[in-house]
Design a protein around this ligand. Structure first.
Ligand SMILES: O=S(=O)(O)c1ccc(O)c(O)c1
Ligand SMILES: [Ca+2]
Ligand SMILES: [Fe+2]
Length: 333
């Protein structure tokens, strides 16, 4: 009898290793406006203005810029047990962490290396934070409201789709070839476009963290603030309007090269019969609705990931390379 999947509520937080904590603080706190919930000598625990739980981003001082883990919140404490059984059943590396043994603010948790090679944590219990939703006096910089999604680079998109389908994720949109070969997919548990999305490429690597603002003017203001400070080199792609998700976006690279997307105004996906919207890889509106080209670095560069012992995971090369598909505006390949 197959082990039931844990009931995942949402993408909850990511832990990144950064090589210079002060420079990372400048980028993520001073420029983006994340709220410092807790800090110690080598780590920062950050959250957006809408977030009522302890953090949605942990920055840890490390030798190498990398992803320590992405983390999903599950609905009940029993779902942490279910997650442990689910991944042990798959024969994957699993580490159970009692409250106090893992991340500050998080209770009982399990960390696994999933079948795609990613370090993933599942938890239920987490400390609450002061409600900042209307503390407009504390909303600064890009005024980030919350973490919205993880985007992961993986060589085998169908395998990624199958794994997250087995975890009960729905699929809101895809990018497919003429023979329906799968180039990319967006999958969700919370009732928006995605908690996780897959970009074809060498992996396992983290492609980006998607963080949400309430309004498109905050996306534009983010770009203006970096321009005003002559820090425009941190702006990688956009601002623009996505085809997939319909969100308004800009992509930034932090001082270590970690990619973050400032993202707003996607749509509801919560009905049980919500249908997947499928884009053709030759449609040059798919990634930017106005047909603007996708810069090469966006397809090729990403953050390495660590295993449960902190060793960098080797990467396999992509089965399909979207950037090699000649699409009008991209001008790549
Ligand atoms: O560029 S895409 O329109 O495919 C896109 C859509 C939603 C996202 O979150 C994203 O990173 C990229
Ligand atoms: Ca730039
Ligand atoms: Fe994204």
């Amino acid at each position: 009898m197959s082990t039931p999947a844990p009931d995942v509520v949402r993408s909850a937080y990511a832990q990144l290793a950064v090589t210079d904590l002060a420079r990372a603080r400048w980028f993520w706190v001073d420029m983006l406006g994340f709220h410092v919930q807790y800090e110690n000598a080598d780590s920062l625990y950050l959250r957006g203005t809408d977030e009522l739980t302890h953090h949605s981003l942990v920055l840890r001082k490390g030798e190498v810029a990398a992803l320590d883990h992405i983390s999903y919140r599950v609905r009940t404490p029993e779902d942490v047990d279910k997650a442990e059984k689910f991944f042990r059943q798959l024969g994957r590396p699993v580490k159970r962490l009692k409250k106090g043994e893992g991340t500050v603010g998080v209770g009982d948790a399990v960390r696994v290396v999933d079948p795609l090679g990613f370090p993933v944590e599942f938890f239920h219990e987490i400390e609450r934070g002061e409600r900042l939703i209307q503390r407009y006096d504390l909303h600064r910089g890009a005024q980030i409201a919350r973490l919205d999604h993880f985007n992961i680079c993986t060589p085998d998109i169908p395998a990624a789709y199958a794994h997250y389908k087995s975890l009960g994720f729905g699929c809101s949109e895809t990018i497919e070839g003429d023979e329906h070969e799968l180039y990319a997919a967006w999958m969700y548990r919370k009732q928006t476009v995605h908690d996780v999305a897959f970009t074809g490429g060498a992996g396992p690597r983290l492609h980006h963290l998607g963080v949400a603002t309430h309004e498109s003017h905050q996306v534009l203001r983010t770009a203006d603030i970096f321009g005003a400070l002559h820090e425009e080199k941190h702006i990688e792609r956009g601002p623009g309007r996505h085809g997939v998700s319909n969100a308004f976006y800009v992509y930034l690279r932090d001082p270590d090269g970690h990619r973050v997307e400032i993202y707003t105004s996607d749509y509801y996906t919560g009905d049980p019969d919500h249908e997947t919207y499928r884009w053709n890889v030759h449609d040059d509106r798919r990634r930017d609705f106005w047909g603007n080209a996708v810069i090469e670095s966006w397809y090729k560069e990403a953050t390495p990931v660590l295993d449960l012992d902190g060793r960098q995971q080797p990467v396999g090369s992509a089965l399909l390379d979207e950037s090699a598909v000649q699409v009008g505006a991209d001008g790549l390949g």
